[in-house]
Ligand binder design. Structure first.
Ligand code: 5RP
Length: 235
């Protein structure tokens, strides 16, 4: 039988962990949407946290926003809530890009690409004067770890993967740009050294390590506590 409090109202069951994480994503997304102003040029990331961002932006009712999407899924979802989406090359420089992340370390390094969209996400983040990362409370980690997402040129992809053992192809469709999505599964002792090695490996289009110099602000949703703001290195 459901219990009743002194008010006579039925008590809600406590939120499950997945429900708490969703609420944290929503909190971070709403805080990011509040950073926007009329007329801004906005990069939209990809993923379940960004899924909370799009309606939060639409709810602001801002005038003249111009958005660039990092994936077809984000473009469809943004259009569905009434946002104006244009090609990045037609907008040019962005005022702000907002995106999720899979891991954030204390120095500000990110691992991104859980959804395989990290190549476009990195291009959009780099085109933005300010890059804001929105995450739930389990994403900050003491040390980055595998998997680190990769996008590979399809030609001789097994050869590229052999140069990066341990790594494996992901069983997902190619990226919209025709790249194969894979994961590097080795340790991430030094994110900077690993980023250089991945970037220097022929056949790697892009990897999911984002340097602290790319990040302006991390917004961390914390259930029951609101949003923690961690400034990044990009000013
Ligand atoms: C997609 C990404 C996402 O931002 C990242 O995987 C986080 O996703 P989510 O918000 O669903 O936890 O990099 O390529």
């Amino acid at each position: 039988m459901a219990s009743h409090g002194a008010t006579g109202r039925q008590q809600q069951p406590p939120l499950t962990d997945p429900e708490l994480r969703e609420e944290e994503k929503r909190l971070a997304a709403v805080a990011a949407a509040e950073l926007l102003h009329d007329g801004m040029r906005v990069g939209l990331g990809t993923g379940s946290t960004v899924a909370h961002l799009l309606p939060a932006i639409a709810a602001r009712g801002l005038e003249g926003l111009r958005c660039a999407a990092t994936s077809p899924a984000t473009e469809r979802a943004a259009l569905a809530v009434g946002l104006r989406v244009e090609a990045l090359e037609d907008i040019g420089e962005l005022d702000i890009a907002i995106d999720g992340a899979d891991q954030v370390d204390p120095a500000g390094w990110l691992v991104k690409g859980g959804g395989g969209a990290h190549t476009r996400e990195k291009i959009v983040a780099a085109a933005a004067r300010s890059f804001v990362v929105i995450v739930s409370s389990e994403k900050p980690v003491a040390r980055l770890g595998p998997p680190v997402p990769l996008e590979l040129v399809p030609f001789a992809a097994p050869v590229t993967l052999r140069a990066l053992e341990p790594s494996r192809l992901r069983d997902v469709p190619p990226s919209p740009d025709g790249g194969l999505i894979a994961d590097y599964l080795g340790l991430v002792d030094s994110p900077g050294a690993l980023a250089e090695r991945l970037q220097a490996t022929p056949g790697v289009v892009e990897h999911g390590l984002f340097a602290p110099e790319m990040v302006s602000l991390v917004l961390i949703g914390e259930a029951g506590a609101g949003v923690r703001r961690v400034p990044g290195a990009k000013r």
